[in-house]
Design a binder for this molecule. Structure first.
Ligand code: ACO
Length: 428
């Protein structure tokens, strides 16, 4: 592989260096393009061919279906690690020692209460408010309750900000659920593991002692791990770009939550379940919905299918499909929705429309089925995604600030009116 790329524009030719990643990915470094060409830029809506940064956090190969966090295969992490270990690895670069994870957990749990006044903000939300809106607002509100800005050159300040949000975010998630269900806004217990504590905060009933079901705990650990990072996706890029203006960590995360909410991104898990329900209520005719998905005049898309980068299979979907089967079996749940999901998957995998476009089930095709089996309402599914993605967003924000990346500010090609004369209102 050469180490320069040549560009010819009319008579002039230019050379640009190539950047190589540790897995041999190649990019053309066009940092000097505009300067040397006197104003020429590149255009790439949706950034399908543009790298926004170099990063040492997550590697994924969409063609081969590979996903690794800090070099560790997602399959190993999902099988052998728990969510907090994975969070630590994402944020700090390596899997923790026993001592490091113990300290991390203690520090997080000591931050796992939020100012009681946050409950007043919660009270002002209507009960039917979407919990993603609530979560995004409350994460932003945390800035008001924790106003000191982080000196990113101080390891200690960075660490404190990280354990603070890792401690408080699950409380907000649990409260968003409990508010919807009319349950008291409780706290967890310092003595519990990170994920068990989240479960207690979410599911504890006021009139009985909470005992975590180990099957659900394992499944939740897996789901959170599988969602923990996915390099420069829409919400992560949002967190990095907001943070690049030196907005604080919590404000950047709040923006990321809003980006995640959309049905083409994290909101897909809610959309999948709603789609499967609609198909069931309509008689379960999967063929009818396959036809709708292929009809270019019909806006319907098969939710949970397709991915911007995975063009072979989504390795997370493979793990989650097995987990969904296990959870439903262990809990003794027979869910007709699962049959519809399996039917759609089988048809899509054999249909030239989906095969030619390399459309495979993504992580969210099966995650909603597990969340449903856990008793989590559909509107909370994307919130659960946010809970899993939190360490990834933190790691990416930290990397961006530590690398001293410049403010994110894309350019454009203007296609509007040329200069025209202003006509006063009375003459228009
Ligand atoms: N159902 C039917 N057709 C589809 C689907 C789908 N789910 N996804 C893509 N296509 C078709 C498009 O119509 C297009 O067809 P064409 O070439 O004939 O015009 C072709 O496949 C390529 O699709 P694009 O939208 O250009 O692909 P892109 O990479 O921009 O979008 C996306 C990826 C947004 C995920 C898309 O596949 C989609 O909308 N999927 C459904 C929503 C979803 O599941 N999102 C979750 C993604 S995973 C995550 O965020 C965690």
């Amino acid at each position: 592989m050469p180490d320069i790329a040549k560009l010819q524009i009319g008579e002039n030719s230019y050379e640009f260096p190539l950047v190589k990643g540790s897995e041999n990915e190649v990019a053309i470094d066009i940092k000097t393009l505009r300067g040397v060409t006197n104003g020429v830029i590149t255009i790439d809506p949706g950034y399908k061919n543009s790298g926004s940064c170099t990063s040492s956090i997550t590697f994924l190969d969409g063609e081969k279906g590979i996903l690794r966090y800090r070099g560790y295969a997602i399959e190993d992490l999902a099988k052998k690690a728990d969510f907090l270990e994975v969070a630590y690895a994402l944020i700090f670069g390596d899997l923790p020692t026993k001592q490091e994870i113990k300290q991390f957990h203690t520090d997080i749990q000591s931050q796992s209460i939020v100012d009681e006044d946050v409950k007043k903000i919660m009270d002002a939300f209507p009960k039917n408010a979407h919990p993603m809106g609530v979560l995004s607002s409350l994460t932003s509100a945390l800035v008001a309750f924790n106003p000191s800005s982080v000196n990113v050159d101080s390891k200690e300040e960075m660490y404190n900000a990280i354990v603070k949000i890792m401690g408080k975010f699950p409380v907000l998630v649990a409260w968003a659920l409990r508010k919807k269900q009319g349950l008291p806004l409780n706290y967890g217990s310092k003595s519990l593991g990170y994920v068990e504590n989240i479960m207690k905060m979410m599911f504890e009933q006021p009139n009985e002692e909470y005992v975590a079901n180990p099957v659900i705990k394992d499944a939740l650990d897996k789901l959170l791990i599988l969602h923990a990072d996915h390099e420069q996706n829409c919400s992560t890029s949002t967190v990095r770009i907001v943070g690049s203006s030196h907005a604080g960590l919590f404000a950047s995360l709040s923006a990321g939550i809003s980006a995640l909410w959309g049905p083409l991104h994290g909101g897909a898990n809610q959309a999948v379940l709603e789609m499967l329900e609609a198909i069931r209520e309509d008689g379960g005719d999967t063929k009818k919905y396959m036809a709708k998905a292929k009809d270019k005049n019909d806006p319907f898309r098969l939710m949970g299918f397709g991915h911007r980068v995975y063009k072979n299979f989504d390795p997370r979907a493979t793990i989650i499909k097995v987990a969904a089967d296990e959870v439903l079996k262990d809990l003794g749940i027979e869910d007709p929705i699962l049959d519809i999901a399996r039917g759609l998957e089988q048809e899509a995998l054999n249909d030239p429309y989906f095969v030619d476009r390399k459309l495979y089930p993504n992580v969210d095709f099966y995650s909603g089925i597990i969340y449903r089996a856990m008793g989590i309402p559909v509107e909370m599914f994307t919130v659960m995604f946010a809970l899993g993605r939190l360490p990834g967003w933190i790691a990416q924000w930290k990397e961006m600030r530590e690398n001293k990346e410049p403010i994110g500010r894309p350019r454009q090609i203007y296609t509007g009116e040329n200069l025209r004369e202003f006509v006063p209102l009375e003459q228009r």
